[in-house]
Design a protein around this ligand. Structure first.
Ligand SMILES: Cc1cc2nc3c(=O)[nH]c(=O)nc-3n(C[C@H](O)[C@H](O)[C@H](O)COP(=O)(O)O)c2cc1C
Length: 167
């Protein structure tokens, strides 16, 4: 199974989660980058505004081609109860082009259901697995177990596909 993890991270938490997932499932890993300076309070406000208004900022082309993978695992921080705008740009660009997807996000504690629903709507695909790690999950040290469960669900879905193809 060829796996690609792609994510955006403003302050490092989603990056860390992407790397933790990467350690548990052999995969290529790449960060989505855009052209906006998102640092400081101005960057925070601009980012929240973009997420709220479903903006699609220009992102740098990726080095890897996501269409060449069996599954693409897509990660975003939650911004204004929504997808981070650079991830929305990625999802728009690869709409209807990916075989299988899974989603993950990091948050301060918002309900991630809306974010995952939005992600599926933009990329036109239901995820085989989803994972949200909130600050509380981290504090309670639940993250490792949650990541394991996420990775197992992805592996199971791939094994089912292999079995189906063997029949
Ligand atoms: C502009 C902005 C808006 C945010 N909005 C929310 C929110 O609505 N709900 C929430 O739980 N966390 C919110 N957060 C917190 C981030 O989701 C959280 O800190 C996340 O882990 C950051 O990931 P990163 O370090 O990869 O950038 C927001 C953060 C930013 C920068």
């Amino acid at each position: 199974m060829k796996v690609f993890i792609v994510y955006f991270s403003r302050s490092g938490r989603t990056k860390k989660l992407a790397e933790q997932i990467n350690q548990k499932i052999p995969s290529d890993l790449e960060e989505i980058k855009d052209h906006m300076n998102r640092k400081g309070i101005i960057g925070f406000l601009k980012s929240g505004n973009e997420a709220y208004f479903n903006s699609i900022p220009l992102i740098h082309p990726l080095k890897k081609d996501p269409t060449k993978y069996d599954i693409v695992i897509i990660g975003t921080p939650v911004w204004a109860n929504n997808i981070a705008s650079p991830v929305r740009s990625f999802l728009k660009e690869y709409k209807d082009k990916l075989e299988k997807v899974a989603f993950f996000c990091t948050s301060m504690g918002s309900d991630p259901k809306l974010v995952f629903a939005q992600m599926g709507k933009v990329i036109h695909k239901e995820p085989v697995a989803v994972l949200n790690i909130s600050s509380r999950d981290e504090r309670n040290r639940l993250d490792s177990e949650m990541i394991d469960h996420f990775v197992q669900t992805i592996k199971k879905s791939e094994n089912e596909k292999i079995k189906k193809n063997d029949r």
